[in-house]
Write a new protein. Structure first.
Length: 313
């Protein structure tokens, strides 16, 4: 049985056997949704109160040390089962789903969230789970468990960026020359600045990613790069979106009163579906707010241009 079919079987079994998960999954059917149109692309807005745990998670060192890791098998509910992927990863249902099929792929060992050595695993997962988009949130970029290495996966077709890529690529993309069999595109779409890698050769894709990772590491003075990543396998090729970040949470997250917007952007948000756990924020969010927030968190134009120089060498 393929990993994709094993994952689907797991999802059905967990929906049947785990009442809390089934309730949260059913809640998606009643989630409030709306769409805001930008020039050449859409931003979808979802009101999902169950995501308050992730959006408002305390990520300071003391808070993480004092709570039990919810991804370690010893601390997970007995009813939560898994599918082993390779020797080091477990495919689990995400009990607080954003997607109709939402998985967490957790390392079997409690080691810090990082991607430098794991990029190959992410694109390999994309091949083994071809009906999903695999995504990675770095520490301080949406990961609610920065102390435990993990990825997530959700069903293809949910994120606007997947469907709009060809339009966005034509309108906002700039090809980075010199990569032969793989294609490297730089995008500045007025909200986000990011790099897209496309091709079949995983080794070549990894080599380009390592350049980007190293640059992100330099920006953070040796710490884990601030980035989000989306990866999926389509028409026999990998397509990977890499969003370098300059900020974890916008000023609105910390504001008081009417200025407060509880929004902690991660990969799904960077992909064009914004998740709001509070109804007040879902109702009041505007295109002006979204533009301001994304301009805060995306990599600066100056640093993005420096990255393009590095990639062009």
């Amino acid at each position: 049985m393929s990993y994709q079919n094993k994952a689907k079987k797991l999802y059905k079994e967990q929906l049947r056997d785990w009442p809390m998960f089934a309730e949260n999954r059913e809640g998606l059917n009643n989630a409030k949704l709306k769409t805001l149109n930008f020039d050449g692309f859409d931003i979808n807005i979802q009101y999902n109160p169950k995501r308050i745990i992730s959006s408002a998670a305390k990520l300071d060192k003391k808070s993480i040390q004092e709570r039990k890791c919810f991804l370690c098998k010893a601390n997970r509910p007995d009813i939560q089962t898994e599918v082993l992927w390779g020797d080091n990863y477990e495919i689990l249902v995400n009990p607080f789903p954003i997607f109709k099929e939402h998985f967490t792929i957790s390392n079997v060992t409690h080691i810090d969230q990082q991607i430098e050595t794991e990029f190959i695993n992410i694109i390999s997962l994309s091949e083994d789970l071809p009906e999903t988009v695999i995504f990675y949130n770095a520490p301080k970029c949406g990961a609610s468990a920065p102390d435990h290495l993990h990825f997530q996966a959700g069903n293809l077709g949910f994120l606007p960026i997947e469907k709009e890529w060809k339009i966005v690529k034509t309108k906002y993309g700039k090809k980075v020359e010199g990569y032969g069999e793989i294609e490297v595109t730089a995008v500045d779409d007025t909200l986000r600045r990011y790099i897209v890698l496309e091709g079949e050769n995983k080794k070549a894709l990894n080599e380009v990613f390592q350049k980007i990772h190293q640059y992100g590491k330099e920006l953070e003075k040796g710490e884990a790069p601030m980035l989000n990543l989306l990866s999926y396998f389509v028409e026999g090729k990998h397509r990977v979106f890499i969003f370098i970040r300059s900020l974890h949470r916008p000023w609105q997250f910390f504001a008081e009163g009417n200025d407060n917007i509880l929004f902690s952007p991660a990969s799904v948000d960077m992909g064009g579906t914004l998740i709001f756990p509070l109804e007040k924020d879902f109702e009041k969010i505007t295109k002006k707010d979204i533009t301001d927030i994304f301009q805060q968190i995306t990599v600066s134009k100056e640093n993005f241009d420096k990255l393009l120089v590095i990639l062009g060498k």
